[in-house]
Design a protein around this ligand. Structure first.
Ligand code: HEC
Ligand code: HEC
Length: 230
């Protein structure tokens, strides 16, 4: 293919710097870390006996990983950006992070965006047809089941089960809400607003899976930090 190689040579002659620049950019992107260690005022992790330790933050952008974007709506972004389809997916944190200033929020350490959560939490999701899906959160606190979103029958139920090192019996945290959508981050993100505003007058084309009932917390296992109440 003489024409092709000609073209290549012509291009590199007319722009001798370009290949070097591209290589440099590629090397930078490849060496880029997926996570970074951050102080506990950005992300916290759980230490022995419920103590607070500095945490880990995802900085890998959209690079495919089971540890990606902890805390965000996995299901929705995958649908919009050709990620693997998920029946449900989310992140568990070792605390409840509430946006209000009630007594419960005093048990809440600060946390930034894309923080790693709690590993080893059993997540049991029961579909509207009684089908059970059980999975365990990974190092990022992320959990998910791959499959078509429509295969999880709605509304579904959720229960978390966690054996902490400070309590004899496992902590079991049910959700009383029964959602129609498996991307936990859609409702478990601070600052999201109720949708539809008026349940009796939903906007045209509204479907149940778009419904947002703000949880005002991330998905959390409460009660395992030893907090000094101030
Ligand atoms: C902002 C968009 C976005 C969010 C949020 C997101 N993902 Fe992804 N994810 C993607 C895309 C895009 C891909 C496919 C990337 C590719 O193939 O290069 C992907 C791929 C993956 C993969 C495949 C990994 C592999 O080895 O092939 C897993 C697992 C995954 N995501 C889990 C999650 C989980 C769990 C969450 C939520 C806690 C999540 N993602 C949140 C966009 C996102
Ligand atoms: C449609 C919105 C919505 C979706 C989607 C949703 N949740 Fe929730 N969740 C809530 C609301 C509202 C609450 C607070 C009231 C309650 O406990 O029912 C809550 C509470 C919880 C609790 C109890 C927390 C506590 O502090 O006691 C857990 C655990 C939980 N959700 C897990 C999940 C998981 C896991 C998913 C994804 C598989 C999920 N949620 C998806 C709205 C949602």
């Amino acid at each position: 293919m003489p024409n092709l190689s000609n073209n290549v040579r012509t291009m590199s002659r007319s722009c001798p710097l370009l290949p070097a620049l591209l290589l440099a950019a590629a090397a930078f992107a490849c060496n880029d870390e997926l996570t970074q260690d951050v102080p506990e005022d950005v992300c916290v992790s759980l230490g022995p006996n419920g103590s607070i330790l500095p945490g880990i933050q995802w900085i890998g952008g959209r690079r495919a990983s089971p540890e990606m974007y902890p805390g965000r709506d996995c299901v929705g972004c995958h649908l919009e950006n050709d990620g693997p389809e998920l029946m449900f997916g989310g992140t568990v944190y070792p605390y409840e992070q509430r946006s209000d200033y009630s007594a419960r929020s005093m048990r809440t350490p600060p946390s930034g965006e894309d923080c790693f959560g709690l590993e080893g939490v059993t997540v049991r999701v029961t579909g509207g047809d009684g089908q059970e899906y059980v999975t365990t959160s990974n190092r990022a606190g992320n959990f998910f089941i791959e499959g078509k979103a429509s295969d999880l029958k709605k509304p579904f139920k959720v229960q978390l089960i966690y054996q902490s090192d400070t309590q004899d019996t496992p902590i079991e945290t049910p959700m009383f809400e029964e959602p129609h959508y498996g991307g936990c981050g859609r409702c478990h993100t601070l600052g999201v607003e109720t949708f539809p505003d008026d349940i009796n007058a939903p906007p045209p084309g509204y479907t149940d899976d778009q419904r947002i009932r703000p949880a005002n917390t991330k998905v959390g296992v409460p009660g395992i930090f030893n907090f000094e109440m101030q």
